[in-house]
Ligand binder design. Structure first.
Ligand code: NAP
Ligand code: MG
Length: 499
């Protein structure tokens, strides 16, 4: 333990002030690499705290909305700079993030810088959002002058999962703010403290009430936030079952929802794909970054039968290079899975595959065997070679470090197999032939297709992000990510009155 590792207690943040949850209630967070090690106490907000946060956001809304996009965008740019300005504080938050979450230090730093980048990007899109569409008389029939403007909705409830909380906040928080909404954020239980400390930096740079943060247990406060009558927009990222529940609850108030849910991303490696160690490393990171706990991770790898053995050899070698252990150690390339339930999902899938005769290999280096066997939620990267497609490791979202590699014979078969899923988040096509890549991409039922890459490192944040089918409703990021926080408003007068 370094002196940076004192047990920390984090607050909620309401109306410009950090404070304890009512009654001083907290819950404990433990290190997934060493589950007996207490990392800290996060505030456990009550239903009353949630109500206060929503009311503070509601009260702050008119002035924030009236400020104008330019001033809001300026604030966002200042925030982007402030997020990484204090090196010691960045180190402190990064270390805390690794200890409460499990992810490697390189990734916690990446999340922090990506959050700032996304504030800059949303600020840049603000101008386009501010431009009214103006129309004079046209065509036959009654003649009008019309302005179509876009108005913020009011209080937005932003709910994020534990896996990539800061990057995911970057896909919705600055977009909500620049559009003129005020916000209440509910971080996930399993990764609350570093995100809350980061959100406080942001909240303190905004007028009181514009950004409020309520950490706590969804079983206690989730429904109170989503169902609050003053919440005008719910933007949720998380699992499919919770997404369904949230949509049903939001229906009572007819609150619009954006839902970013799970994925089971297919990658298609075509017969002409360029394959070498660099490419295999890219595939490896596309599937196994964050121990596979990424919505947009590669989760089903389909390879043309003529290249199958090559891909198996290359990817097996890449997995063997993985160094599994404590994310605080710089040599580690894969930390533990975040929580014991998620670990069980993966180990159950692997057990089922083995039980049904699949060829499963667990690969990778474990320099600290005592730690690996010491009760932490570790799982080495696992490959499942040419499994039966009915296995859950192929059908379901693994959200952990394992990857099935399957074969196809024709492009049409590849598309059919990729689309044979209830999910439709992302996908990828691997070929040097751009025309062929785009032609196939257009046939994939997915909100995003990467070409010759997969996952967060291959993503252009200027594009909208979201899913088809059970992977969700609506889009975050890009310009559409701002539009989701606004409603159009048509203002019409007789011809000659406005234009
Ligand atoms: P989760 O269990 O659905 O929880 C997500 C968030 O919702 C957490 O903050 C959770 O709080 C909260 N929540 C749960 N019940 C709620 C309720 N009734 N009302 C309001 N909020 C509620 O998901 P997770 O286990 O954290 O994350 C893993 C899942 O997220 C995976 O399926 C993954 O694919 C998906 N995901 C999708 C995307 C995407 O962009 N499409 C990105 C990342 C992850 P508590 O933590 O307190 O329960
Ligand atoms: Mg959960």
């Amino acid at each position: 333990m370094s002196n940076m590792d004192q047990i920390v207690t984090t607050d909620i943040f309401i109306n410009g002030e950090a404070r304890a949850a009512s009654g001083g209630r907290t819950y404990d967070l433990y290190n997934p690499a060493r589950p007996k090690e207490l990392v800290g106490h996060a505030a456990a907000a009550s239903v009353e705290d949630v109500d206060e946060a929503v009311r503070a956001a509601h009260a702050a809304f008119p002035a924030w909305a009236a400020l104008g996009w330019e001033e809001r965008a300026d604030r966002l740019r200042e925030i982007a700079k402030a997020l990484t300005a204090d090196e010691d504080d960045v180190k402190y938050r990064s270390r805390l993030f690794t200890r409460e979450h499990g992810k490697i230090a390189r990734e916690t730093l990446l999340e922090m810088s990506r959050l700032g980048d996304r504030f800059m990007l949303a600020a840049a899109f603000g101008e386009r959002m501010s431009k009214d569409e103006v129309m004079g008389p046209a065509g036959a029939g009654p003649q009008f002058d019309t302005i179509i403007t876009r108005q913020p909705r009011g209080v937005a409830a932003l709910i994020v999962p534990w896996n990539w909380p800061l990057s995911i906040l970057g896909a919705k928080l600055p977009q909500a703010l620049v559009t003129g909404n005020t916000v209440v954020v509910k971080p996930a239980q399993n990764s609350a403290m570093a995100p809350v400390l980061t959100l406080q930096i942001i909240a303190k740079m905004l007028p009181p009430g514009v950004l409020n943060v309520v950490s706590g247990l969804s079983s206690e406060i989730g429904d109170a936030l989503v169902g609050h009558p003053l919440v005008r927009k719910v933007n949720f990222t998380g699992s499919v079952p919770v997404g369904r529940h949230i949509m049903k609850l939001a229906a009572d108030n007819l609150t619009p929802v954006t839902l970013e849910l799970g994925g089971n991303d297919a990658a298609l490696v075509l017969d002409d794909a360029e394959l070498n160690d660099e490419v295999f490393e890219k595939m490896y990171w596309g599937a196994f970054a964050s121990s596979g706990q990424i919505c947009m991770a590669l989760k089903r790898l389909y390879v043309h039968e003529s290249r199958y053995d090559e891909v198996v050899d290359g990817l097996t070698a890449a997995c063997e290079r993985a160094v599994v252990g404590d994310g605080l150690i710089p040599e580690t390339t894969m930390g533990p899975v975040n929580n014991v339930q998620q670990l069980k999902v993966v180990t159950d899938m692997l057990a089922e595959a083995r039980g049904k005769g699949a060829d499963v290999k667990e690969l990778g280096q474990v320099p600290d065997g005592d730690l690996y066997r010491g009760g932490g939620y570790f799982q080495k990267p696992a490959l499942i070679y040419n499994p039966d497609p009915s296995l859950s490791v192929v059908r379901e979202e693994q959200f952990g470090p394992c990857l099935p590699i399957l074969k196809f014979a024709t492009d049409d078969e590849a598309i059919a197999k990729a689309n044979d899923s209830e999910f439709g988040l992302c996908s990828s096509v691997w070929t040097p032939d751009a025309d062929r890549a785009v032609k196939l991409a257009r046939q994939l039922e997915a909100g995003y297709t990467y070409l010759n890459g997969h996952g967060p490192m291959a993503q252009d944040s200027r594009g909208p992000f979201g899913g088809f089918k059970n992977s969700g409703i609506g889009r975050n990021l890009g310009y559409e990510g701002l539009e989701a926080f606004a409603a159009s408003h048509t203002i019409t007068g007789p011809a000659g009155f406005l234009v």
